[in-house]
Design a protein around this ligand. Structure first.
Ligand code: UD1
Ligand code: CA
Length: 455
């Protein structure tokens, strides 16, 4: 679109009580400012400028997008002053859309509607609120034309009764913008240069002022404190959940899911309560996710089932696998078809072949495990000597007895059996039993010690 977009994000956000600049607080795993930048970019602006101040370099560094220009507002002297800082980066021949870095959920369609309404004039996004407290009010004349925006702190008793509020989001016409901003004064209750004063200026110079309204009130809700942030998080999550339901995903409760990234689901996927999805997650056909699972940057292939409290990060689960409860896959874990990973089993940077099982209490790190392998309870790959990591290779059809330590680098040949309790420090040959246990002995007639009297 032939348009400049300016995002105002220099404010401090005192009421967040946080070392993190307000616009960097996350909503659905993405900063407030990134939400606004992403929405702005959907409009394909000719110029996209962020006015920043508080949090300075941290804010800039958090938004790596190369197409964003940064305008520093060293002192926060008001919204009009903020927009003035962006002027050098704008194309003066194009209209300018102003967004706020702390109003994260405004929708593209609403902004398009505002731009359309504004035409060559001034467009204001306004909303009617039951409680307009704190907002600038939209003053209209006898025939309903907008004549000014009056800030709460400057409003008369009568003006404060007005329920139509300024969301702050506006579309400003090209060419006059520089003049209008240069003409702003700060003779008001807050001694600030109010951007909202351009409305009276437009009216005085015969520029049409038109309003548009958001489809839903949460689109224009800002974040000033963590209660508002939490509220918008739930609003947003519910929308994501509803989109999944409409696609055919079964959610036990759309109010109890958190998606912090992208979640792509196949047919007949079902997700129980309390699950968190982060980064890029793909759940293929008929995957079943039990309650309270956390899944980050992972793919779960068709028909796999995750029981409660399974934790997956940077892993790929093949089809028809069974995991959990309390299973943990760490980065680089890859399970082939039909693998089973049970409770308190941790797998890192390892491939597990088709049909292999580690059902209880095991650690498999830096290993290549073949097909149809059985890893007993308490088996551990000792992959780390305190300085370096080594790989363990376990070939097809191996049986690893319980409580076995495989001291890497080590290889277990095809079809081998390791006796329970073995500490394997050299390769185990194929098709044989290897056991490092000391031979069992029995002492006949042995008596337990008895307590010495008087002690
Ligand atoms: C502003 C509007 C008010 C509107 C309200 C909606 C003005 C004068 N008032 O009031 O009509 O109802 O928003 O929330 O515009 N900012 C800067 N630099 C500054 C001041 C602000 O970048 O010097 C940024 C803030 O980071 C924030 C936005 O502008 O993203 C709004 O600032 P804020 O101080 O919250 O404005 P309000 O006084 O609430
Ligand atoms: Ca505000």
């Amino acid at each position: 679109m032939s348009l400049n977009i300016v995002i105002l994000a220099a404010g401090q956000g005192k009421r967040m009580y946080s070392a993190l600049p307000k616009v960097l607080h996350p909503l659905a795993g993405k900063s407030l400012l990134q939400h606004v930048v992403d929405t702005a970019r959907q409009l394909k602006p000719a110029r996209l400028v962020v006015v920043y101040g508080h949090g300075g370099d941290a804010v800039r560094a958090a938004i790596p997008d190369a197409d964003v220009a940064w305008a520093l507002q060293a002192e926060q002297l008001g919204t009009g002053h903020a927009l003035t800082q962006a002027l050098p980066y704008l194309d003066a021949a194009l209209p300018t859309l102003v967004l706020y870095g702390d109003v994260p959920l405004v929708r593209k369609a609403t902004l398009e509607h505002l731009i359309h309404q504004a035409g060559a004039g001034l467009g204001l996004l306004t909303a009617r609120l039951d409680d307009p407290h704190g907002y600038g009010r939209i003053a209209r004349d006898g025939v309903g034309n907008v004549c000014a925006i009056v800030e709460e702190k400057d409003a008369s008793e009568r003006e404060r009764q007005i329920q139509e509020i300024n969301t702050g989001i506006m579309a400003l016409p090209a060419r006059v913008l520089g003049d209008w901003l240069a003409g702003l004064k700060n003779n008001n209750a807050q001694s600030e240069y109010y951007l909202t004063d351009v409305v009276a200026r437009a009216v005085a110079s015969g520029v049409a002022v038109r309003t548009a309204h958001p489809a839903a009130p949460w689109e224009v809700e800002g974040v000033n404190n963590k209660a508002q942030l939490a509220r918008l998080e739930r609003v947003h999550q519910l929308q994501l959940a509803e989109a999944l339901l409409i696609q055919g995903v079964r959610l036990a409760d759309p109010a109890r899911i958190d998606i912090r990234g992208s979640l792509i689901c196949g047919r007949d996927v079902s997700i129980d309560v309390g699950c968190v999805f982060e980064g890029e997650v793909r759940l293929e056909e008929a995957a079943e996710i039990g309650p309270y699972c956390v899944i980050r940057n992972a793919s779960i292939a068709a028909g796999s089932r995750l029981a409660a409290f399974t934790h997956i990060d940077g892993a790929a689960v093949g089809p028809d696998c069974a995991l959990g409860p309390f299973a943990r896959l760490r980065p680089g874990a890859e399970l082939s078809a039909g693998a089973h990973v049970g409770n308190f089993v941790e797998i890192k940077n390892s491939r597990i072949g088709a049909g292999s099982k580690a059902n209880h209490l095991a650690y498999v790190g830096d290993a290549d495990v073949g097909a149809r392998v059985n890893i007993g309870a308490g088996a551990i790959t000792c992959n780390y000597d305190g300085a370096n990591k080594f790989r363990t290779v376990i070939e097809d059809d191996v049986f690893i007895g319980s409580d076995t330590q495989l001291v890497a680098p080590v290889r277990v040949g095809k079809g081998a059996t390791l006796g329970a309790g073995t500490t394997l420090t050299r390769d185990a040959p194929a098709d044989s039993l290897t056991v490092s246990r000391t031979r069992q002995k029995t002492i006949e007639g042995w008596k337990r010690p008895t307590k010495v009297s008087g002690k």
